[in-house]
Ligand binder design. Structure first.
Ligand code: NI
Length: 203
């Protein structure tokens, strides 16, 4: 269980929205959204992780240093926000053109049970091929989510199925792995592109 209380996050009605230096982090759950709490501007977001990419290679955060990165946590069975965000990300990558190669684009699964590397590869084939899917064991995913202060929760559905409630912002990190802001899925493409160009250093 992630200990939000330690840094000011508060869950309300099973939902969470956390303010950071870079913007709001909105959960992508079945219950809608609620707004609560402010975290300190110095909040540490991003850190070491050890996961498996959608080609089956073991990777760590170190493998992605040297370029800024945009990181999104979600899961392949997500009905709306994840595919929308990955579609938006695909559009932003296209708009950036060759500059998009100067960043890493990561989609990290919070669903260890269903999101095998093969499932991630299959799912990501619908989006820009520069987006790298990362998954892992329950423990590896929990550790990566902790490093990014990402909230997620398994939500049982009728008939034994389940969905995942999860934070829905895209995190931006600079080439040294330092938190540089977020892109929220409700922001305009213009604003998102401005943030990404600043991150990549092409304003
Ligand atoms: Ni989602």
């Amino acid at each position: 269980m992630i200990r939000w209380a330690a840094w000011g996050g508060v869950a309300a009605l099973g939902l969470l929205l956390l303010a950071t230096a870079g913007g709001w982090l909105v959960t992508d759950g079945p219950l809608g959204s609620a707004r609560v709490a402010t975290g300190p501007a110095s909040l540490q977001i991003g850190g070491p992780f050890s996961l498996t990419d959608h080609r089956g290679r073991a990777v760590t955060a170190r493998d992605f240093r040297g370029r800024p990165m945009a990181v999104f946590f979600g899961f392949t069975h997500c009905p709306d926000v994840c595919p929308t965000t990955l579609n938006d990300m695909t559009g932003l990558i296209a708009a950036l053109g060759a500059d998009a190669d100067r960043a890493h684009w990561l989609f990290v699964s919070v669903d260890s049970e269903r999101d095998t590397p093969a499932a991630m590869a299959d799912y990501l084939s619908a989006f820009d091929p520069r987006i790298v899917g990362l998954s892992g064991t329950e423990e590896q995913i929990a550790s990566a989510a902790r490093a990014f202060r990402v909230y997620y929760r398994r939500v049982p559905l009728e008939g034994g199925a389940y969905t995942m409630d999860h934070s829905a912002s895209v995190f931006l990190l600079d080439a040294e792995g330092r938190f540089a802001g977020t892109v929220d899925h409700k922001e305009s493409e213009t604003v998102a592109l401005e943030k990404l160009r600043m991150l990549i250093g092409r304003m």
